[in-house]
Design a protein. Structure first.
Length: 216
């Protein structure tokens, strides 16, 4: 995601949320702050589109003088607008260290699949079993990609302890969407609504129970 070109004959991808925030292209009210240890759900507009919420900021370490010396930024990268040419699409997690000298790792991609070259599998996606959760036990942070909603990409910030139940519930909702595509019956639609409602209340086990009844 920080390469200049994917292919030499094609334009570069758009810039990251970190750079857009610094340039003032993303306003403070478009960034949702979630503290480590908290659980919160957000649906992020693709970074190259205008939207209500474009990034999640998770502060990790505070300077004595004020401000944050380390934090995560979470963004939704999709092949839209200036991001038409991307090595991958999905939820991207960046670790920002503002005090580090530029060129020495001020912003690092938390690569979901570091064995794949050129950030080709860098994003987190619910539909990829090896890329469906980012866990940072040291800072008590877990980030789980969710299903899309109204063109926005879902993401859950929670704790490593809660992440197994949350991921299981998110996968059940994904399976409901796959099993009962649009147009769906009233019963199936109500089940999906109830599952999503339980998930957004962070009642992950209840969500799984509702889904499992419908998937029998």
């Amino acid at each position: 995601m920080s390469q200049h070109f994917i292919e030499k004959t094609k334009p570069p991808q758009g810039i990251s949320s970190f750079t857009k925030i610094r340039l003032g292209w993303i306003s403070p009210d478009q960034v949702l702050r979630v503290n480590p240890g908290s659980t919160q759900c957000a649906f992020l507009s693709p970074l190259s589109k205008k939207g209500k919420t474009l990034a999640v900021k998770i502060p990790l370490k505070q300077r004595r003088s004020g401000g944050w010396s380390h934090y995560y930024l979470v963004e939704n990268r999709q092949p839209i607008g200036y991001d038409q040419i991307l090595p991958d699409s999905g939820i991207l997690v960046l670790k920002v260290s503002p005090d580090v000298m530029e060129g020495s790792g001020t912003v690092k991609v938390m690569d979901a699949d570091p064995d794949s070259p050129y950030f080709s599998h860098a994003t987190f996606r619910l539909d990829r079993s090896n890329r469906n959760a980012f866990i940072d036990k040291e800072h008590n942070v877990a980030i789980i990609p969710l299903w899309p909603e109204k063109g926005n990409g879902g993401v859950l910030v929670t704790t490593p302890e809660k992440s197994p139940d949350a991921l299981k519930a998110a996968l059940r909702i994904r399976e409901l969407f796959r099993r009962f595509p649009e147009p769906r019956g009233e019963k199936e639609g109500k089940c999906i609504e109830d599952c999503i409602s339980s998930f957004k209340k962070f009642e992950f086990k209840d969500c799984c129970q509702i889904a499992e009844q419908a998937l029998k």
